[in-house]
Design a protein around this ligand. Structure first.
Ligand code: NHW
Ligand code: EN5
Length: 388
């Protein structure tokens, strides 16, 4: 059934019933001297190209490959449209490896036709903090599909990760592979319902008119919580403390330090946004919320070409109720002209989704670990990890 995945150190569907297998690495590391020294062979017309994301021309080539060939919804109405600035942010975190930004070009035209990437991360699974690669942006040009190029890209990124003495990885996909540690659902909160309906992202509910729908999703003009403000550089230490304490509650979560928080959570216009509540009395930072910006191209619509979507990222509440905090996040997203606010049912998100008028989407997101077994998997609410 899975000619490639059957050969890989991942939980196999046939082992699902075997409770004797322990949590942790599926196979031990091999000596670095035994890691294959040269790249896997590609079909003759293609060559590997390690990408330099500081090169604006390369970045635009990667942006275009993804803008035309990356993930679509099941009815091919929308396609993710990660911005160049977002890609640079996502692929150049602290201590990133340039060798993990792997392109495939046509030898003759030098056109970029496929890509896969990894970035380093420390991810905790139960009590075990593991150095991993987060694998993302696997893409093969539409004209080169179903030729078994994806397994070559995956083997090549695996080889380059192994060269750094890293033996585990985390990744997500909309498709089912052997074997998810958990399966999450996307939820969507309309901010601009008229546009969402016009482009076919959502539908007018039964017995609903457009004006009733617009009223249903109306939000206040400004955040309601006293002390709610945008995160600044001076907040990095306080946010790191809040986030570390919170993420400790989940079975699988990143192990963020201040350097990570500065990169992943300090606001960058139209890339990532973070807000916090600073107590007006004590000036203590008590709550935190964040979202990243990922527009989608609208395919085949005469009026609109893009949907501006915010995706819930990491949120921590210790004093302001999570629902109130997320309502303020919706308000700032609306102020900033986002059309929709998306969230997964991870962490404690279930506690506010229905109350804040999110509705379930038609997409799922499966989470995977490579070469790390978690017996029986976990629930979405036990997952403290959001990948971009
Ligand atoms: S998920 C988004 C993936 N990208 C897209 O969906 C974009 C649109 N689609 C495409 O570009 C986020 C192509 O359809 C792709 C497949 C390239 C997806 N993950 O070349 P063939 C990520 O980026 C398997 C993993 O003929 P294709 C996460 C499939 O099951 N495997 O197909 C990436 C089959 O294997 P099987 C996937 O359609 C994580 C084989 O590929 C997959 O031309 C990567 C068929 O290959 C997917 N999303 O190209 C794994 N989709 O065994 C990282 C299909 O079933 C693992 N396949 O026969 C860890 C590595 C690091 C380890 C370090 C220790
Ligand atoms: C990520 N790093 O399917 C890796 N999106 O629900 C790739 N549906 O936007 C992961 N089909 O439900 C890929 N509107 C997995 C996601 C791929 C993209 C995808 C789904 C997620 C999505 C929308 C549009 C569906 C269009 C037709 C959807 C309903 C919204 C409605 C709003 C009002 C309240 C009820 C729900």
């Amino acid at each position: 059934r899975h000619k490639f995945w059957e050969t890989q150190p991942v939980g196999q569907f046939r082992d699902a019933a075997d409770t004797s297998l322990p949590d942790g690495p599926i196979e031990p590391p091999t000596p670095l001297s035994e890691v294959r020294a040269d790249p896997y062979p590609l079909p003759a017309a293609f060559e590997w190209h390690t990408c330099d994301l500081d090169d604006d021309a390369l970045l635009v080539d990667l942006y275009s490959l993804l803008a035309h060939n990356y993930v679509e919804d099941d009815e091919n109405m929308f396609r993710f449209n990660y911005s160049p600035a977002f890609l640079r942010w996502a692929l150049k975190p602290p201590s990133f490896f340039r060798a993990w930004h792997i392109g495939v070009r046509a030898k003759e035209s030098k056109k970029l036709v496929a890509f896969i990437s990894g970035v380093p991360a420390r991810i905790r699974a139960r009590d075990d903090v593991v150095r991993m690669a987060e694998i993302n942006f696997l893409c093969v040009h539409k004209k080169l599909r179903s030729k078994r190029l994806a397994p070559v890209l995956i083997r090549e990124v695996t080889r380059r990760v192994h060269q750094e003495n890293i033996w585990q990885a985390a990744y997500t996909a909309g498709v089912v592979l052997p074997t998810p540690i958990t399966t999450c659902r996307y939820w969507h909160r309309s901010l601009n319902p008229k546009k969402l309906i016009d482009v076919g992202f959502s539908r007018l509910g039964p017995r609903m008119t457009m004006s009733r729908t617009v009223r249903l999703y109306k939000l206040p003009d400004a955040p309601l919580t006293p002390g709610f403000r945008r995160m600044e550089f001076r907040d990095v230490a306080a946010v790191t403390r809040l986030l570390r304490a919170y993420l400790a509650k989940f079975v699988v979560a990143p192990d963020f330090d201040e350097v990570d928080v500065e990169h992943w959570l300090l606001p960058q216009e139209d890339v990532v946004d973070s807000y916090l509540v600073e107590s007006p009395e004590t000036h203590e930072v008590t709550d935190f919320c964040s979202f990243y910006t990922l527009p989608s191209s609208v395919l085949n619509n005469a009026t609109y070409s893009t949907l501006k979507a915010a995706y819930s990222y990491y949120n921590v509440s210790t004093k302001t109720p999570l629902q109130q905090l997320m309502n303020d996040a919706l308000i700032v997203a609306k102020q900033k002209n986002y059309d929709v606010f998306n969230a997964l049912d991870v962490m404690e998100n279930e506690s506010f989704l229905k109350e804040l008028k999110f509705g379930p989407g038609d997409g799922q997101l499966h989470y995977y670990l490579y070469n790390y077994r978690i017996r029986n998997g976990i629930k979405p609410s036990e997952l403290g990890l959001v990948l971009l």
